[in-house]
Design a protein around this ligand. Sequence first.
Ligand SMILES: [Zn+2]
Length: 254
Amino acid sequence: MSFFNSIGRSMTRSQRGPKRSPTPTSATYSPNGDMPPPSPVPPSPRTPPTIPKALYLSHPFVDAALVKGNFKTIVMLPKYVDIMEWVAMNIYDFYTNLNEFYGVISECCTQQACPTMSAGPTLSYTWMNQERKQMHLPAPTYIDYVMAWIQTLLDDEKVFPTKSGHDFPQNFPATVKHIYRQLLRVFAHIYHAHFHQILHLRSEPHFNSLFAHFLSFGREYELLEIKDVKGQSSSPVGVGQLWEAWREMGILEG
Ligand SMILES: [Zn+2]
């Protein structure tokens, strides 16, 4: 069943576990409406840039994983579980795990080291402020805003209901798609700018598995657009190549 067609069904809800608060810093801006497409920095060159192969695309790191195999089976909706509940629970887990990874490497993600929210040699994401103006923010600021914004949504009973008898709102699919897109950007920045630190911690099997699970889940429930994973030809997202590599290896499906 399509996640986007399933809203509005009546459902019996049970309470999820207690929420955790990874205490992101306060957000001054919130992403209103749709986020803008990635902005190339500098402006698109005529010839594609020569990009050295990223470490995360090299062996043995590219297929380092906690568990070998295809992720399809673990993203499938379990029997008797409501699809909204399943998506909510997984979003919560992706957010929590990614936030913990970021917490570990955050001392390296500083305003000086990461003055923009980079995700590829020619790609830096921009943030839309409350006046709907595109802003280049240092990566740690951008990521703090994203994580604080998501935490606020997760804590909002009207957006992510946890109590029995409370239904998910009509716009829940759109909200989680928006969350997904921002989480993807955080993954993309960590791969692009901090993969050597992940390697230093010997966490690449764990991080790859988390990201492959995230991609697989996002495709299964239509939360992830291919164009957001790959970016534009003049400003590709670094992890777009990882997505391709994992598809060729059979770790991910189309
Ligand atoms: Zn950084």
